[in-house]
Ligand binder design. Structure first.
Ligand SMILES: [Zn+2]
Length: 282
C-alpha cells in the first residue's frame, strides 16, 4: 500500500525480506516524479499498480538515487524520463551490457559482479529474463537539477556520501521533505562494513543545508528531524573517537570525550569507522 506523507508526496515502504528499497512519488499540478525504480520489473509493477489507485498526474520522471541494483533494475517498466547523475550513468552501463538468463546470472555471481541475493530476486521477479536488456537513462546531470512538476519543485543534487560516490538526493522545498536514498548508510568493501570517515562531515553538511523536516531513507522509510539529528550525532561522536585502527583505543577515546559508554548504535559505528581505517591503510 502507498503511504501518504503529505498532500503531494507518497511512498511505498521498503520490504527487507525481498530486498526492496523505499520508492517515492512526488506530484505536481501537471506531472508526477518517481524516486527509485525498484529492484526488479515486478517491484516496479507493484508500485505502478498502487499509483494507479490514486488520482495523481501522469508520471513523467523517474530519478535513480544511486547505481545499486535494488534501486534501478525496475526502470524499464516506467514510460517516463529516467534521470541520473553522471557517475550513476557510468556505473549503470555495466548492467546494460548484462544478459539476464540463468546461465549469465550465475556467471556474474561467480565473478563477483552480482550478489547472490540479486540473482535470487531476479529469478522470481523478472519474467522474460531471456530477452531482457536494461535501458539507458534519458537525462544525465552533473551536480544539480531542478524539476518543476507544476507548482512543485524538486531539487536534485549529487552529494558526498559514506555509502557510494554517486549519491543523488531529492529535496522538495514546498514540503520540507528530502529523499536520501541510501546515502547516509555505510558500505561493504571486501566483506568489511565501514563508513567512509573522510566523507561523513561533508555529507552531513550537504544534507543539512536543506531545510528539511522529513527524511526518507532507502531501507528505513521515514525519519523525522529529531531522529535524523540523533543519527548524525551518534555517527559524529563515533567518528571523532576513531583516530587509529585500534578499536580499544577508539572505545577509550569515546568514553573520555563523552563521559559515558557508547550506546549500541555508537558501538556499531565506532567499529565501522575502525574498519574504514583498516581499509584505508591497506
Ligand atoms: Zn545502496
Amino acid at each position: 500500500m502507498l503511504n501518504k506523507l503529505s498532500d503531494t508526496i507518497y511512498y511505498l515502504s521498503n520490504q527487507d525480506d525481498k530486498e526492496r528499497p523505499t520508492l517515492g512519488l512526488v506530484c505536481g499540478d501537471q506531472f508526477s516524479l518517481i524516486i527509485d525504480a525498484g529492484n526488479s520489473p515486478q517491484h516496479a509493477q507493484d508500485f505502478l499498480l498502487e499509483i494507479e489507485k490514486r488520482n495523481v498526474p501522469p508520471v513523467k520522471y523517474v530519478v535513480i538515487t544511486h547505481a545499486h541494483w535494488d534501486h534501478f533494475l525496475g526502470m524499464n517498466e516506467f514510460n517516463a524520463t529516467v534521470i541520473v547523475n553522471n557517475q550513476t550513468n557510468e556505473m549503470i552501463k555495466e548492467w546494460q551490457g548484462f544478459s539476464y538468463d540463468d546461465r549469465s546470472l550465475q556467471k556474474y555471481v561467480t565473478a563477483n559482479q552480482m550478489s547472490p541475493i540479486c540473482m535470487k530476486v531476479l529469478q522470481t521477479d523478472m519474467t522474460n529474463r531471456e530477452r531482457f536488456k536494461l535501458k539507458s537513462p534519458d537525462v544525465i546531470f552533473e551536480n544539480t537539477l531542478t524539476i518543476d512538476l507544476g507548482n512543485k519543485l524538486c531539487i536534485l543534487e549529487r552529494i558526498k556520501s559514506t555509502h557510494t560516490d554517486d549519491a543523488t538526493i531529492i529535496y522538495i522545498p514546498d514540503e520540507k521533505v528530502v529523499f536520501l536514498g541510501d546515502c547516509a548508510y555505510g558500505t561493504t568493501t571486501n566483506s568489511l562494513f565501514h563508513y567512509k570517515q573522510s566523507l561523513l562531515s561533508p555529507m552531513i553538511k550537504d544534507i543539512q543545508k536543506y531545510d528539511a523536516e522529513m527524511f526518507l531513507l532507502g531501507h528505513e522509510s521515514i525519519c523525522d528531524l529529531n531522529e535524523m539529528n540523533v543519527y548524525w550525532e551518534e555517527l559524529t561522536a563515533a567518528n571523532q573517537a576513531v583516530n587509529s585502527t585500534s578499536l580499544e583505543q577508539a572505545m577509550k577515546s569515546f568514553k573520555e570525550e563523552n563521559n559515558r559508554e557508547p550506546n549500541d548504535n555508537e558501538r556499531f559505528f565506532i567499529k565501522a569507522f575502525v574498519n574504514d581505517r583498516n581499509i584505508q591503510s591497506d
